[in-house]
Design a protein around this ligand. Structure first.
Ligand SMILES: [Zn+2]
Length: 291
């Protein structure tokens, strides 16, 4: 069976057999949504209130580098620690990977694709190659990467995500081939984006990752097929992980932007943030995290 059919069958079966997942997905689908445009935003975006994301967002509030257990022993992406009801579909590209339903979905048909072996999140040539291969095998889906300091909730276990292109600003985007070789576009997403098509994964990796094992550039990335032969790759560089006033107190905002926030779906776990955010505030945060 093709990988796309396997994923969609897994999703349907997990909805049947895993009650908590089914409930969280139903809740996510019922959430309120607003649109934001103007006010300095390059494009219109949607904003959603999703309290189920509170846990993963606030976990990152208190995270102190070096004090978190990053070993496989308590890693929620390692097979031994996953919920009993969670099943996986195996996929092998350059790395062996396991596709799981995202137990805290942001959109419908939201998947997590975790490396079979515990290893840190890294935007290396193998990661990029696997994103492009998966994007080609999953037409209609975007395959994304959140950098370790750019929205990845478990940065000590390499993982990608997949979700429908239709729900995002990638939908219907028409891009000319000649503007795709690392050229920056400022008009297609809320943040400036570098676009690639048909490039060697190692060449892209060399732009962003220190080959000697040091830190990588802060970034998010997404690969998808827009119907052309070779999938597109978009890389969004960052300067900050979160808004300057990030936090759960008064006058603060609980928003930890990952790839979906950069593709036009802002997820805010706290209702107060959802009701008070304006296009101007969103535009200021997008500017802050990219400049
Ligand atoms: Zn792990």
């Amino acid at each position: 069976m093709e990988i796309k059919q396997q994923l969609e069958r897994l999703y349907a079966e997990q909805l049947e057999e895993w009650a908590e997942f089914n409930e969280r997905r139903a809740l996510m689908m019922s959430h309120e949504q607003r649109s934001l445009s103007g006010g300095g935003l390059a494009v219109a975006v949607k904003v959603r209130n999703n309290p189920a994301r509170m846990l993963s967002t606030t976990a990152r509030v208190t995270m102190v580098r070096g004090q978190q257990d990053t070993s496989p022993r308590h890693c929620m992406l390692c097979p031994d620690n996953r919920p009993r009801q969670q099943r996986a579909v195996s996929w092998c590209g350059r790395r062996a990977m396991q596709v799981l339903v995202n137990p805290y979905p942001i959109v419908d048909r939201h998947f997590t694709i975790a490396a079979a072996v515990h290893q840190p999140q890294r935007f290396d040539a193998d990661t990029i190659a696997d994103m492009l291969t998966l994007a080609a095998q999953l037409p209609g889906y975007a395959v994304s990467y959140n950098g370790p300091r750019c929205g990845a909730s478990i940065p000590w276990h390499l993982h990608l995500q997949a979700f429908p292109v239709d729900d995002t600003l990638l939908n219907g985007l028409s891009l000319d081939d000649e503007v795709c070789d690392g050229v920056v576009r400022r008009d297609v997403l809320p943040l400036p984006v570098k676009l690639y098509r048909g490039v060697e994964p190692a060449r892209v990796a060399a732009e962003f990752v220190d080959a000697t094992g040091g830190d990588e550039t802060m970034l998010n990335a997404v690969a998808w097929s827009d119907g052309a032969v070779a999938p597109l790759l978009a890389v969004i560089e960052r300067t900050h992980h979160r808004p300057a006033n990030f936090g759960d107190g008064d006058g603060q905002m609980l928003w930890s932007p990952g790839i979906l926030d950069l593709l036009g779906i802002i997820t805010l776990p706290r209702e107060h943030d959802f009701t008070t955010i304006t296009a101007e505030v969103a535009a200021a945060v997008y500017r802050y995290i990219s400049q």
